[in-house]
Write a protein that binds this ligand. Structure first.
Ligand code: ZN
Length: 264
């Protein structure tokens, strides 16, 4: 049946307030495999379908219900949310904080999305890649001793421990404060700190580990410091260009680093 015939046939069945063009648009939007589907006429007479526990009937529903239906999927928390919540015995408020902190930690989309990947537990470590046959074995790229999970890659391996220890010394030079990072701090960021810069640096160390892994070179502090310097220069340049260098945000964010940069 062509578009016009089907339009006329629908009109004979009582279709009102539309035209052939709209009808054709709707018809074309139906996936090809469904166009020839055998259907029970009685079933088609009702547009009602089951959504979770409730039955949803479009003709009798108001916009509000359509909206609720649309956001139902989006409101579900990610796998990582549940995983880290259980793993670190956090409540909803605390784990939500980890996700919310991502926005304030960096304006760079790439850095943010990397942090989201870890939080959402969708980082493709060898442990996962080996399961789908993408790499021959699941061992950590650098040491080749143990399975490369997010825990091992970002925290547990001795090569990783080394960079975190060096980072702690670096942070001491920047802030004058000792920091002992736990597995949770490394994976989720520090949840209750007023020093945004520390969380940003933790993310940059993880990113450095991740990129080093891809390149097959061991992460090292000299390279990390270069990354920090480059990020600082870029943000400074942007702040000067936007005439916000002397005020608020940029200074507050980088204050510790600016004060200590002579010694680093
Ligand atoms: Zn190792």
């Amino acid at each position: 049946m062509n578009n016009l015939d089907s339009f006329n046939s629908a009109r004979r069945e009582g279709l009102k307030n539309t035209n052939c063009l709209v009808w054709t648009g709707i018809r074309q939007a139906i996936p090809p495999e469904l166009r020839t589907l055998e259907v029970d006429v009685n079933e088609v007479m009702s547009l009602e379908f089951q959504c979770g526990e409730t039955a949803f009937n479009p003709p009798t529903s108001r916009s509000k219900y359509f909206y609720e239906l649309l956001i139902v999927k989006k409101a579900e928390v990610s796998r990582g949310f549940i995983k880290w919540k259980e793993e670190f015995r956090l409540d909803d408020v605390a784990i939500s904080k980890a996700f919310l902190n991502v926005r304030s930690s960096s304006s760079e989309t790439f850095v943010r999305s990397f942090r989201y990947k870890i939080l959402s537990d969708i980082v493709f470590t060898n442990n996962r890649l080996a399961k789908i046959g993408y790499v021959p074995n699941d061992l950590y790229t650098f040491c080749g001793i143990e399975s490369e999970t997010v825990y091992y890659l970002f925290y547990e391996c001795f090569s990783t421990r080394l960079i975190w220890n060096k980072f702690s010394s670096f942070w001491f030079l920047v802030s004058g404060k000792q920091v002992k990072l736990t597995l949770q701090d490394v994976l989720l960021g520090i949840l209750d700190t007023d020093v945004e810069l520390l969380n940003y640096f933790i993310t940059l160390v993880k990113l450095h580990i991740w990129i080093s892994r891809k390149r097959g070179v061991a992460p090292n502090l000299t390279a990390f410091k270069k990354i920090v310097k480059a990020k600082f220069r870029i943000e400074k340049y942007v702040a000067i260009k936007n005439n916000t260098y002397t005020e608020g945000k940029f200074q507050a964010r980088w204050q510790l680093y600016i004060n200590s940069s002579q010694e680093l």
